[in-house]
Design a protein around this ligand. Sequence first.
Ligand SMILES: *Cc1c(COP(=O)(O)O)cnc(C)c1O
Length: 341
Amino acid sequence: MEINLISDTVTKPTKEMLEVMMTAEVGDDVFNDDPTVNKLQQKVANMFGMEAALFFPSGTMANQTAIKLHTQPGDRIFCDKWAHVYNYEGGGAAFNSGVTCKLIDGERGMFTANNLKEAVAGRADIHVPYSRLVCIENTTNKGGGACWNFDELIRIKEVCQKNNLQYHLDGARLFNALVEKSETPEQYGELFDTISICLSKGLGAPVGSVLVGSKKHIEKAFRIRKLFGGAMRQVGILAAAGIYALDNHVDRLKEDHRKARMIEDVLSSLPYIKKVEPVETNIIIFYVSDDLDSSVFIKKMIDKGIFLTSMGEGKIRIVIHLDFTGEMLDKLLAELKKIKL
Ligand SMILES: *Cc1c(COP(=O)(O)O)cnc(C)c1O
């Protein structure tokens, strides 16, 4: 039994999901003519109470399109120092949009309205780039699946409004936050100008992300997606998986969170573990003791058929997902207790 916990992107489509993909009605989506894609886009727009949505091949492309549509070359955007848009999108903000990122020194990938106020100060100075956009990430990836406090997100919005800044949410794992905090997509739709969500992470679709926003923003996004080379043809086959995922795989994210907390409990009790970051959703970040080498730990787990990743600086990451069964959980917990380092 191989247990792959390197990411929640490793899931494979279920039999039921494959069934709806095989029978999806399709058309040429470059002409807006794929009924299943249109259905998915309408569904996501409705969920968030926003006007329109657009299907994307990846979360990276959805975020990069959002940055492009809100900015002009030479502008700057604000994000946390751990943000995916800055660290893990290949430098795309600079390459695709010609913008710089003003990094905010937050906690676990999250900052406060006051941090943002300080970062935007002096924006009238001619030496300073035009400030255009604030990017938030919920849940935070590098921050170990942490969820933002919604009241803080409202306070940040107020700073955006005072300073004429657009507000984008990288919601690759937003549904994990929603089920955990009993929040709704509409609450987020009301607050943000654009939101990207991933269907291919905890929701278990093989491919796909959606960008949601106003009609005007999504029309612009449609052109930018073409410019970035991301327009696809009979892509309803993939959109069908997304619709299925939204209908069937949202509530069950709680199950992933429950398993993650059980792993947190065991890790916290083990003598060779120095620290476990507080687990809020489906990501567990922990450190082995200073006298041990995290790469040796990872290697020994691989020998048992258990795959985890290093995030640098001694951080080890486990991500729980749809394909991680109860039986796998039992085996993982047993091996963690048994391992000799
Ligand atoms: C995974 C992820 C993305 C983008 O995902 P793709 O792999 O490009 O689909 C964006 N933001 C965050 C926080 C992510 O975890």
